[in-house]
Ligand binder design. Structure first.
Ligand code: SAH
Ligand code: SF4
Ligand code: F3S
Length: 438
């Protein structure tokens, strides 16, 4: 019997793609193992969103080369966004790689591995599928048995000037609503209590079936599946975040009170140059409509500092936006020049120096840390419903999440992952809460 190991970098979509590939391989009798060293087949699922992520792929491949030397029958496959972007170049840079599979071709992996074995030379399979619907892979080996990732759409048509995703994932492709609902019902029957709906641009979902549902209609139907306890979705584009989504969010109790709404910059001038398709006022209008809901929504966002040509004044506008919105969390990044993107040209002319990027990132993050500490302090003394996820990093405490996606650590009790607990919040840090079961 052969064994396999998948190492996953990048976003939740990649995590879920790896679950699907694991399901395909397990279905063919391969056995998942806990380390690369124990595997006959090693698959590296890669991310290309920033230069660092891509560099990491090549440094990991360098490390895996030694395994290959020790065991010549060892098969090394590269999947994901770097595979899609680099294609043949990857084999040139790392000739010991056996298989390169692009983001549209995962269903072919068992067959491609067989081909590698028979022919004994590297294979590159990165052609895009022309079909407007993604190929269904319904044998998924999931990471846990209480929260399930569910892809509803893949790809992106937006082409923000800094971003590789439309190139690596291709144009938007949506799954039919009936297929998604069937999957969610099956998951609930199997005991899952939470689903995390995934899409690079989830709120632009367009049902390809005759129902022609929009995202809000699909979200409502999923939230009403009998037995489901929590529904989350990520990630939204502000341009597509329409009022009907808010209405569903407000009225459907199972839909968690958390909205991730990436803004990227607080300066309308920078937003235009990023081709984000909204300006600051339009973004703030959405934020205001979210804040006027009766259901209290936790907001999170993504921010890029040091986009080419970003001035100190532009950056100050980002800080003032963050201060105004009071996000519960932000993911912040230094702009990273990416291949085949229009911002590359801007970077050559008016790139922001590394020191300025770093300084801006530090200021933004320390401001956000104070905001989070302030918010978390307010929660001390409240009781929160927590879905238990597992052991915390220290190995002693447990951790779980509130509906608003806050992490709560608590001391051992007789709990199992997937259980709901009421937890009294007794302490806090900038990134998490501490509590006691009540
Ligand atoms: N579809 C989502 C984002 C997916 S990528 C959206 O439109 O918001 C996740 C985040 O990575 C982005 O929101 C952005 O903040 C960041 N990112 C993307 N490209 C980047 C780049 N070239 N440099 C730095 N950060 C980048
Ligand atoms: Fe990238 Fe923009 Fe598409 Fe998001 S919306 S994936 S940032 S191109
Ligand atoms: Fe990375 Fe591709 Fe996801 S670039 S963030 S793995 S879509």
């Amino acid at each position: 019997m052969k064994t396999f190991y998948i190492e996953t970098h990048g976003c939740q979509m990649n995590v879920h793609d790896s679950e699907k590939v694991a399901g395909l391989l397990a279905g063919r009798g391969l056995i998942p193992v806990a380390s690369p060293e124990a595997a006959d087949v090693l698959l590296l699922n890669t991310c290309s969103i920033r230069e660092k992520a891509e560099q990491k792929v090549y440094s990991r491949l360098g490390e895996f080369r030694a395994l290959k030397k020790r065991k010549p029958s060892f098969v090394l496959a590269v999947l994901g966004c770097v595979a899609q972007q680099e294609a043949m170049d990857l084999i040139e840079k790392a000739p010991f790689v056996d298989l390169v599979v692009g983001t549209h071709r995962y269903h072919e992996i068992p067959h491609l591995l067989e081909q590698v074995r028979v022919h004994g030379r590297p294979i590159v399979r990165i052609e895009r599928m022309e079909d407007p619907e993604p190929v269904e892979i319904d044998t998924v080996l999931r990471e846990n048995n209480f929260r399930a990732n569910v892809t509803i759409m893949e790809g992106c048509n937006k082409f923000c000037t800094f971003c590789v995703v439309p190139h690596t994932r291709g144009p938007e492709r949506c799954r039919p609503s009936w297929q998604i609902l069937e999957e969610v019902r099956r998951l609930v029957d199997a005991g899952y209590v939470e689903v995390l709906l995934l899409g690079q641009n989830i709120d632009s979902y367009q049902d390809p079936s005759s129902r022609k549902w929009k995202f809000a209609e699909l979200l409502k139907a999923i939230g009403e599946v009998p037995g489901i306890r929590r529904v989350r979705f990520t990630t939204n584009h502000p341009k597509d975040f329409t009022p009907d989504i808010l209405a569903v969010l407000e009225r459907t109790p199972t839909i968690c009170n958390w909205v991730h709404l990436p803004v990227q910059s607080g300066s309308s001038r920078v937003l235009r140059r990023m081709k984000r398709l909204y300006n600051l006022d339009e973004y703030l209008d959405i934020i205001n409509s979210i804040k006027t809901l009766e259901k209290k929504i936790a907001l999170s966002t993504d921010i890029i500092v040091g986009f080419p040509g970003e001035t100190d004044e532009d950056f100050e506008e980002t800080l003032s936006l963050v201060d105004r919105v009071q996000y519960e969390s932000i993911f912040s990044f230094k702009y990273s020049p990416r291949p085949n993107t229009p911002a590359l040209k801007l970077e050559a002319r008016e790139g922001v120096p590394e020191t300025a990027k770093q300084w801006r990132l530090n200021r933004l993050q320390s401001m956000q840390r104070r905001i989070q500490e302030h918010q978390n302090r307010q929660l001390v003394g409240t009781v929160q419903e927590v879905l238990v996820e597992g052991r915390a990093r220290d190995g002693e405490k447990w951790f779980g999440r509130t509906p608003s996606n806050k992490i709560v650590n608590f001391d051992p009790d007789h709990v199992v992952p997937g259980q709901f607990l009421d937890i009294l919040i007794v302490g806090f840090g900038p990134n998490s809460l501490q509590g006691q079961p009540v």
